[in-house]
Write a protein that binds this ligand. Structure first.
Ligand code: PLP
Length: 387
């Protein structure tokens, strides 16, 4: 079955023993009655452990990432916490890409690092040798985001996974930016794929959630145990929303990309713009990796203006269709300044080290008519002093 067909049908096969609904019903019951004490009805005991609506979503998610197992959580960060809780103990070491979503870095440093004594090395994972050089005797796991948030750096999942297998390390890939429509890390050798489903997977900015996917039964069992034991599950209603959002993932991603490409090409030629980072541009620094491992380039782009921070803020405030907001991946276009918003928890020192400038603008390009988005940018540019 092809991607778009799976996105619609898997997990939602009509149940002819009941009413034959063509979409999965919303199962809100928190617990399930049994006829006999020893026998849970069709295996169902309690909704934290197994909810039919969430299970339908998990089945669909697994099929889209070419995984055997999926687990849905109450946020992307809950999914990340579950990986660390399930697979690490105090004294273990992880290697992480040095450009990560700010909240992931905060969780690693301030909770798992400070409170639970997990050691973390941040490296520029665009070079496999940097990861190799950071491996210690106690290293257990490599944490990748590709493309990264917000600098859109890419690393070679296949090469890193090959090296990791030899060293007996687990490779986790946060695939939030491209979604399984444009990148399937498990096919490239990764052990676990993660998403903030809040973003493209749900796609409508009306649900916060996360998920994990794997083909490895032992890893799945450990993650599943913590999902139930720690309890950060996705609610039935959010599961229902994400199931609905996923049906259009393919056509949404195509349109996000089409619009982002046009906007990137417009920006790179604009006299007020000093640089644009978009994986679909020929100027993109990691074009070779992008061509090799991605099926498309997505809807995220970052750029800088030839302007002060104050002028940059004014530019954002003049935009009308692009809302100034955190998050990404919804049908509506968003704009933000990572240094002040999504990455404010990352120290200025670390931001400077990785090249994240205070005035970098991040766009999540939506699926509106691109002519309207371009007009909005043009009118905001008019507010800047002429160059
Ligand atoms: N991973 C990436 C790449 C993100 O951008 C985010 C949030 O912005 C997360 C993980 C965390 O997800 P959530 O906000 O759903 O907890």
């Amino acid at each position: 079955m092809k991607f778009d067909t799976k996105a619609i049908h898997i997990g939602e096969e009509p149940n002819f023993e009941h009413t034959g609904d063509v979409t999965i019903p919303l199962h809100l019951a928190s617990t399930y009655a049994r006829k006999e004490v020893d026998i849970p009805t069709k295996g169902h005991e309690y909704s934290r452990s197994d909810n039919p609506t969430r299970q339908a979503l998990e089945k669909k998610l697994a099929s889209l990432e070419n995984a055997d197992y999926a687990l849905a959580f109450s946020s992307g960060l809950a999914a990340i916490s579950t990986v660390l809780m399930a697979l690490l103990k105090s004294g273990d070491h992880i290697i992480a890409f040095d450009d990560l979503y700010g909240g992931s870095k905060r969780l690693f440093d301030q909770i798992f690092g400070e409170n639970f004594k997990i050691e973390i090395s941040y490296v520029d994972a665009t070079k496999v040798s940097n990861i190799k050089d950071a491996i210690h005797i106690n290293t257990k796991l490599i944490w990748l985001e590709t493309p990264t948030n917000p600098l859109l750096k890419m690393c070679d999942i296949q090469k890193i996974s090959k090296m990791a297998i030899k060293e007996d390390l687990i490779v986790v890939v946060d695939n939030t930016f491209l979604s399984p429509f444009f990148q399937r890390p498990l096919n490239l050798g990764a052990s676990i794929v993660l998403h903030s489903t809040t973003k493209y997977i749900n796609g409508h900015s009306d649900s916060v959630g996360g998920c994990l996917m794997t083909r490895d039964k032992k890893l799945y069992e450990k993650l599943h145990f913590v999902q139930n034991a720690a309890g950060a599950i996705l609610s039935p209603f959010d599961s229902f929303l994400v199931l609905r959002g996923l049906k259009t993932l393919g056509i949404r991603m195509q349109r996000h990309e089409e619009n982002a490409k046009k906007i990137a090409k417009f920006l790179i030629k604009h006299p007020h713009v000093s640089s644009v980072i978009y994986p679909g541009l020929k100027e993109y620094a990691y074009a070779e990796i992008a061509r090799k491992q991605c099926l498309g380039f997505g809807g995220m782009l970052s750029f800088e203006l030839k302007a002060s921070l104050e002028e940059t803020k004014k530019f954002l405030e003049h935009l009308k269709l692009f809302s100034i907001a955190e998050s990404l991946g919804g049908v509506e276009s968003l704009v933000e300044l990572p240094s002040i918003m999504t990455h404010a928890s990352v120290s200025k020192e670390h931001r400077e080290k990785i090249g994240l400038k205070d005035s970098l603008i991040r766009l999540s390009v939506g699926i509106e008519d691109v002519e309207d988005l371009l007009s909005d940018l043009k009118q905001a540019f008019k507010t800047l002093k002429s160059k």
